[in-house]
Design a protein around this ligand. Structure first.
Ligand code: HPA
Length: 245
């Protein structure tokens, strides 16, 4: 396999079983990435890990420097990226603990630096984003999940919200009517920036809670954290087995 990149989200600050050889502090034309890049090796394959919210988990979703993160991964030679992201479940079967591999996105974020093609140096470029995720990588992950005996739900629409607050019940209801099955705060502009750089990118979404208004009660961070802690064991197995392919 070519150099693999993993972006760790809430609940995934490191990967059990992945030996880290060195940490690399990088500066990009877009600023510093969220964390140093952790370079690892597994079965002869090179892996680069990046903690989206920073090594100390201190960067909220709307303050993540997505451009620096994606640029840094590309600079490190990464060609394929699995981005792990905590999400809320909107569709009825998207229950806490479920792992999902969405195939579509609706972007509700605003004010984020969302493109490398921002008018300089005088070139207007429009990327195709009909299928926002890399189908090749999605299929590989589905196969790895199957052979690892891990349930991975195929497809779904990731609704990206601004955060850092969670949504209102009415916002989630509107998103459901729009067709969203999952809601998260970090999926965009990450996916679009990956496409702009020509990276093959997929999101491994981990359902942490029922989305606002669907759980019959308020959403608490401790509950989210607990669910993520137990779900990450499967995520780590999935990632390690992917890296071994
Ligand atoms: N909404 C948005 N982002 C999230 C949620 C949610 O309910 N849970 C985990 N990340």
């Amino acid at each position: 396999m070519t150099v693999a990149g993993i972006i760790g989200g809430t609940g995934l600050g490191r990967i059990e079983g992945l030996e880290i050889i060195r940490h690399e502090e990088l500066e990009t034309p877009y600023g510093k990435p969220s964390s140093p890049l952790s370079h690892g090796r597994i079965d002869g394959s090179d892996v680069v890990f990046l903690a989206r919210h920073g090594a100390a988990h201190s960067i909220p979703p709307h303050r993540v420097n997505y451009r620096a993160n994606m640029f840094a991964l590309r600079e490190a030679g990464v060609e394929q990226v699995v981005a792990v992201a905590a999400v809320g479940g909107i569709q009825a079967d998207m229950l806490p603990g479920v792992l999902a591999l969405p195939n579509q996105i609706i972007d509700y974020t605003w004010g984020r630096k969302h493109s490398f093609f921002d008018g300089s140096p005088g070139k207007v470029t429009h990327i195709d984003f009909t299928e926002p995720y890399c189908e090749t990588l999605r299929h590989t992950l589905l196969n790895v999940a199957q052979s690892s005996d891990i349930q991975l739900s195929d497809g779904g629409v990731y609704g990206a919200t601004q955060g850092p607050r969670l949504e209102t019940a009415a916002e989630i209801d509107r998103m459901r009517r729009d067709g969203c099955t999952l809601v998260g705060m970090t999926g965009m502009p990450e996916a679009a920036l990956a496409r702009e750089l020509g990276l093959c990118y997929a999101s491994c979404s981990v359902v942490a809670n029922r989305a606002a208004g669907f759980g019959g009660k308020a959403i608490h961070m401790e509950e989210i954290q607990q669910t993520l802690n137990s779900a990450m064991i499967n995520v780590e197995t999935l990632l390690i087995n992917w890296l071994k392919t």
